[in-house]
Design a protein around this ligand. Sequence first.
Ligand code: NDP
Length: 237
Amino acid sequence: MNKVCAIFGGSRGIGRAVAQLMAQKGYRLAIIARNLEVAKAAAGDLGGNHLAFSCDVAKEHDVQNTFEEMEKHLGQVNFLVNAAGINRDSLLVRTKTEDMISQLNTNLLGSMLTCKAAMRTMIQQQGGSIVNVGSIIGLKGNSGQSVYSASKGGLVGFSRALAKEVARKKIRVNVVAPGFVHTDMTKDLKEEQLKKSIPLGRFGETIEVAHAIVFLLESPYITGHVLVVDGGLQLVV
Ligand code: NDP
């Protein structure tokens, strides 16, 4: 298979698990993150002919350069996963403006920029599939995470609107909204306490979210959908 999948945030956590599944399925992958060494190691671990790129999704010229490089070395991008994300949790009154900006720029603007860059080639090839990684917090809200919630809620609105905009071009755009998942992002949380509020009684694993992302990437008749993968958390929060 020669299909190319670009995974922003593919060096660690959920994005890395997506990369593992997509590599097993025979896709050619671009593993993209700010830290090139970590991205290279992740790409190397997959075996095969995958490439790593350094890019800050919050910077438009970085994103444009990365798409140019990917096309030069891998060919046109058919699949795009936006799993790059950060959180700076704090009550709004204590949140610094720079932390608001960095969350919005990485989680929301970053996905807009990569989707925009992908559109040119996807429109040209009359097809493509995008999954943006949101969060259950973007749908339900959470105290101490108002800005993060806004970034992820905004991502849903953006993805659904874009899905309508490009459906005629046979480009699909979907969202996966995870609950608590074991990654670097959640390693400092009070897991024992938090898991009591999750109906399935535990945090999720990256591979469990990755399966949902790959499912949407490959589902030819689903677009504009938000797939929640949260152990039932949405039932209680
Ligand atoms: P990790 O912290 O494990 O990994 C984040 C990834 O994003 C890394 O590859 C990181 O690489 C990359 N990244 C971060 N900032 C940027 C940037 N500005 N430009 C490019 N790459 C960047 O996070 P998770 O795997 O936990 O999270 C993945 C996505 O899932 C995020 O969008 C997160 O908000 C979302 N999510 C996670 C949940 C969880 O419980 N873990 C729950 C709900 C949603 P590098 O630092 O080298 O750039």
